[in-house]
Design a protein around this ligand. Structure first.
Ligand SMILES: *Cc1c(COP(=O)(O)O)cnc(C)c1O
Length: 413
């Protein structure tokens, strides 16, 4: 008899977006013909930019001829892409990485979920609350999160981010082995300044803590404007981070690659974790070993597509798409605030984090807005207990749909 990994059973029926879809479908069944606009989608909607499309066509043609055909590539990615990443994402910010510290992947979700394989099952983990669910769920599956009691996992240290602390998490009052941070944040759309992030790096260095830093929304940090030069695009802009942090990047939100699949992970050579006897083991070697065993590389076509993001045309065109979404975010902020809503985020991220009026709970507000305005949001409590009383709105729609959704909310209010 094969015994199931029963840690998976703790997760059953707990998937936020499936829950949202179920309730939207229930609404549609009762109100056939009423069209619903979603401000809940976490997926991009604009097409890939021309520079990327041209690169994909060229790469496809190479695959069609024996002389230029590519089979298995290096598990850690092609050098042409890793070099473009070093030159464009890090060097201009004064961060010097070695090419062997960059691991190309098929999107950041895989690696943010898999990275926990490098640490023992009994490490303690800390997460900001609310948070991208993958970090906790991937630890649940291996038994590291413990058991769930009233929406909280027994072995997870929650670091609340709410209006009361202006969404800046406080350092934990005890040592934690591993901390997950995501800035700009999904779901709150808020950022940390360099000074605020430095406190985390210093905490990690003092306590021998490992930081998993998710920079999936780094490209949304706006130039100019209040404190923008203070917001780090990479944790390695902070001195000492090479010794304590792994960083995740993705082309999904940066360049519309949610369907193409490409991202990368940085594992610095200086980064180590301990054995029980105190020996220090470099994690770069372990991750390389892990990837070459379980991963056979990102497709050549996707990597050529990602390389094109860093050409002058690619940079300009992806910037225009980000500006398009951020225009939505700006309009949403303005019009919803005028209606009296309290809103956070949306300045350096495609997400707005809206306080529900009074003591309305997240799911209740979700239902009220669905039935009253025919607009879908994502209940904040789905991202963690501190998300109760908030909902997440996204700026990934078209201008027209976003505009229509706002008009409906105006009429409903
Ligand atoms: C969308 C997202 C990712 C990236 O996912 P991909 O697998 O690269 O498409 C990573 N982290 C967060 C927080 C995200 O919202």
């Amino acid at each position: 008899m094969a015994l199931v990994n029963d840690h998976f059973l703790k997760l059953a029926d707990n998937y936020l977006f499936a829950d949202v879809a179920k309730r939207v479908n229930a609404f549609r069944a009762i109100h056939p013909g009423v069209d619903v606009i979603s401000l809940g989608i976490g997926d991009v909607t604009r097409p890939l930019c021309p520079a990327v499309i041209e690169a994909m066509h060229r790469a496809t043609d190479e695959m069609a001829h024996a002389e230029t055909f590519r089979g298995y590539g290096p598990e850690q990615g092609y050098d042409f892409l890793r070099e473009a990443i070093l030159k464009n994402d890090f060097l201009p910010r004064g961060v010097h990485l070695d090419i062997s510290e960059i691991f190309i992947n098929d999107g950041a979700k895989s690696d943010t979920g898999n990275i926990q394989e490098l640490i023992r099952w009994d490490n303690s983990i800390g997460v900001t609350d609310p948070i991208y669910p993958v970090y906790i769920d991937s630890n649940v599956m291996i038994g590291r999160a413990g058991v769930v009691e009233q929406g909280r996992w027994s072995n997870v240290v929650y670091l609340p981010c709410t209006a009361e602390n202006n969404f800046v998490p406080q350092l934990p009052d005890r040592r934690v082995d591993v901390i997950y941070l995501c800035y700009p944040s999904n779901p709150t759309g808020m950022t940390l300044t360099k000074d605020e992030l430095r406190k985390w790096v210093n905490y990690a260095l003092r306590n021998d803590t490992l930081i998993f830093f998710d920079a999936a929304y780094e490209a949304y940090i706006q130039d100019g404007g209040q404190r923008s030069s203070d917001i780090p695009h990479s944790i390695y802009e902070i001195r000492g981070a090479r010794k304590c942090a792994i960083e995740f990047h993705s082309f999904s939100k940066k360049a519309g690659f949610t369907g193409v699949r490409c991202g990368y992970t940085v594992v610095p050579k200086d980064l180590t974790a301990a054995t029980l006897t105190g020996e220090r083991i470099p994690l770069n070697n372990l991750w390389l070993r892990r990837q070459s065993t379980k991963f056979n590389g990102t497709s050549y076509i996707s990597q050529r597509a990602a390389e094109a993001v860093y050409t002058p045309e690619g940079k300009l065109q992806t910037r225009q798409t980000i500006d398009y979404y951020m225009q939505n975010a700006h309009t949403m902020l303005e019009r919803l605030r005028r209606l009296g809503f309290t809103i956070y985020g949306g300045q350096h991220a495609p997400y707005l984090w809206m306080k529900t009026p009074g003591a309305t709970r997240s799911w209740q507000f979700f239902e009220e807005m669905l039935y009253g305005a025919h607009v879908v949001c994502t209940p904040g409590v789905g991202f963690g207990p501190s998300g109760e009383g908030y909902v997440r709105l996204t700026a990934f729609g078209s201008h027209e749909q976003t505009d229509e959704a706002l008009s409906r909310i105006e009429r409903w209010i």
